[in-house]
Ligand binder design. Structure first.
Ligand SMILES: Nc1ncnc2c1ncn2[C@@H]1O[C@H](COP(=O)(O)OP(=O)(O)O)[C@@H](O)[C@H]1O
Ligand SMILES: [Mg+2]
Length: 232
């Protein structure tokens, strides 16, 4: 499971203006088996939040706990090992390596974790088959459609069966049908026990969520509180 407490992150701004506090005391707790969706306008800090809880970026203050381990307190290399152990990332722009085939992109996840043997290869092929892209395994990303790239990227994210799965605008570059495939797959991972966090500017990403939050002014509000405040 994932637990973040008191996250603060500020970015410097040009010419002596006060720093931009993108995260201004954010708490987020997602148990295994649950799907949390964070909505918010563009620029509200959704990607920053995901990058901080996924250990891709440091916070200025606050704590991140993954699977019961206080990972934010670890040094750089231990933290990156923890990321490999706990976190699967689904990026909006897929971030497949153009010089590797679809299969080798998926296997990257196993390589980082130091277990790219025959088992990983079999599991990668099973996943590609499950998502209807096995026949594309030897293709390179530029030869794949956006929907195919996202499915390959999803296979990479879940290859190691990470207990925490983070998805940044997973439907942002997809048509509705392909977007639904990815959202359904994220829900299925939650049902299988992962703590899943989806961030999106699209309200329709919140369908089937166990909890819905909204990023606003550096804070994370539960969507219910937003409604009670009558702001929408
Ligand atoms: N590395 C960075 N340096 C400076 N400002 C940044 C950096 N990353 C993001 N920002 C700013 O922080 C704010 C939040 O960005 P982001 O987390 O990407 O928002 P979202 O994902 O909700 O669109 C934006 O104003 C963005 O310009
Ligand atoms: Mg973003």
């Amino acid at each position: 499971m994932l637990e973040a407490r008191g996250l603060v992150k500020a970015y410097a701004t040009p010419r002596g203006k006060p720093p931009l506090r993108v995260l201004d005391g954010v708490d987020l707790c997602v148990a295994g088996g649950r799907l949390a969706v964070v909505l918010g306008a563009s620029g509200s800090g959704k990607s920053t939040l995901l990058n901080v809880v996924g250990l891709l970026e440091d916070a200025d203050a606050g704590e991140v706990t993954l699977g019961g381990e206080r990972v934010s307190a670890l040094g750089r290399s231990a933290r990156s090992r923890a990321r490999g152990r706990y976190v699967g990332f689904v990026f909006q722009s897929f971030l497949l390596l153009p010089s590797l085939t679809a299969l080798d992109n998926v296997l990257l996840a196993a390589r980082y974790a130091g277990r790219a043997g025959a088992d990983a290869r079999r599991r990668a092929r099973d996943l590609l088959a499950q998502f209807g892209v096995l026949e594309r395994q030897a293709h390179y990303p530029p030869q794949l459609s956006g929907g195919e790239q996202q499915r390959v990227a999803f296979c990479r994210a879940v290859l190691n069966d990470p207990p925490v799965l983070l998805a940044d605008e997973p439907t942002g570059n997809l048509d509705d049908a392909n977007g639904r495939v990815i959202l359904d797959a994220l829900r299925a991972r939650a049902r299988a026990g992962a703590a899943v966090v989806v961030v999106s500017h699209r309200a329709d990403a919140a369908g089937g969520a166990d909890a819905v939050y909204r990023m606003r002014d550096g804070r994370l509000e539960s969507e219910r509180a937003v409604h009670q405040g009558g702001t929408r």
